[in-house]
Design a protein around this ligand. Structure first.
Ligand SMILES: N[C@@H](CCC(=O)N[C@@H](CS)C(=O)NCC(=O)O)C(=O)O
Length: 214
């Protein structure tokens, strides 16, 4: 299988951590997409993923799967022994709920802040990002406020439990981790009083898959 992505970017890293967790790195060929040059917005890439984002998993039969949640589900269930996406109906429900919150309240909000309230990644990519409507920077800044509120939410969650979805590490932890990486890149600081979130982040930075993603 192939993964179309760009190393070091937060959403691609979600999958590279999942690959390391599952020991699948050697089964994947990475194909680099030049996102700063907006290669992901050109027809060849849009044929793989019409939403124009990386990562994309391309299977040997040609099926292309985008969205980190869907890709992680696939990778996690390949060996019939899921460890990131839940085993029981209850685990799956909680992990998917927290995964959606990690996307909506954090990583996607940071992305919208970055692309709509700051100069973003590069002029080539921003040409596809900032629609010419009045108030877009205000809207972008509000996404930054949303991301900070998301950090406060996850701080509250992590005061009562060791991981985002409860007692075990899951894909929701990976998404919050990369949401914080993206926030750092976008210069959105974690509030100092989010001590549980900060301690959780420091602890997970020592996890082998986070230290050495695929
Ligand atoms: N919801 C998507 C988000 C993917 C995403 O936003 N990826 C970023 C890289 S970190 C990207 O492709 N950005 C380029 C663009 O939006 O044009 C997922 O889960 O895969």
């Amino acid at each position: 299988m192939k993964i179309h992505d760009i190393p070091g970017f937060p959403n691609p890293l979600r999958i590279r951590i999942a690959l390391a967790e599952k020991g699948l790195a050697d089964q994947v060929t990475f194909v680099k997409v030049d996102v700063p040059a907006a290669e992901n917005r050109q027809d060849d890439f849009l044929a793989l993923n019409p939403t124009g984002t990386v990562p994309v998993l391309e299977l040997d039969d040609g099926l292309c799967v985008s969205e980190c949640t869907a890709i992680t589900e696939y990778l996690d269930n390949l060996d019939g022994a899921p460890v990131l996406t839940g085993r029981t109906p209850r685990e799956k429900a909680v992990i998917h709920m927290m995964q959606k919150r990690a996307e909506a309240l954090l990583i996607d909000a940071v992305g919208d802040y970055f692309h709509h309230a700051t100069p973003g990644l590069s002029p080539a990519l921003q040409a596809y990002k900032s629609p010419d409507w009045e108030g877009r920077a205000d809207w972008g800044r509000r996404q930054g406020d949303k991301a900070i509120a998301g950090m406060r939410y996850f701080d509250k969650v992590l005061r009562d439990q060791p991981y985002v979805a409860g007692e075990a590490f899951s894909m929701a932890d990976i998404t919050v981790l990369e949401g914080l990486v993206f926030a750092g890149f976008a210069k959105l600081a974690v509030p100092e009083d989010c001590t549980a979130l900060i301690a959780w982040n420091a602890r997970l930075q020592e996890r082998p898959s986070v230290k050495n993603p695929a």
